[in-house]
Design a protein around this ligand. Sequence first.
Ligand code: SF4
Ligand code: SF4
Length: 163
Amino acid sequence: MSEAFYSSGLGFECRRCSACCRGKPGFVFMTRTDVLRILKRLRVAYPAFYAEYCRTVDTGLGMALSLREKPGYDCVFWGEGGCSIYEDRPVQCSTYPFWASILESRARWEEEGAYCPGIGRGELRSGSSIEERLSERQAEPILIFGYSEDPAAADIEVEDSRG
Ligand code: SF4
Ligand code: SF4
């Protein structure tokens, strides 16, 4: 098998432009671990979290759990100071732009640079650190509910939500 194009590293440094958090429609899908981490941070139970911050998206295989967007397409967690749950943000956010779909080819990586000005700039991220980001994302699937399930009633509970 030939080496991945990123094996000798890729430049990336977030410019804090916020383009990946606001201003355009998109989805922020979550794993069960993401949800548990955010529930703990917000000290809310899942039904309340679902009602205020979540929506579902039809994937063709079921309904995937995603964060809501505010009017104007800002993420529901975007605020004046940036991401209000930054340390506990979903893995989809913390691993961007090192996603398998973006790393499928150099051309695709460079194309993403039109959207994310951090791509190709700053610090060189090693091939192994990029592999780690990919593994992090692949470690757990996003939550997808069956069409007959009620996503608001999912059995997701933090043992001690008072932290
Ligand atoms: S689009 Fe890129 S540079 Fe801008 S905030 Fe997101 S990761 Fe950072
Ligand atoms: S959860 Fe935070 S990092 Fe992720 S899209 Fe929303 S504001 Fe951005």
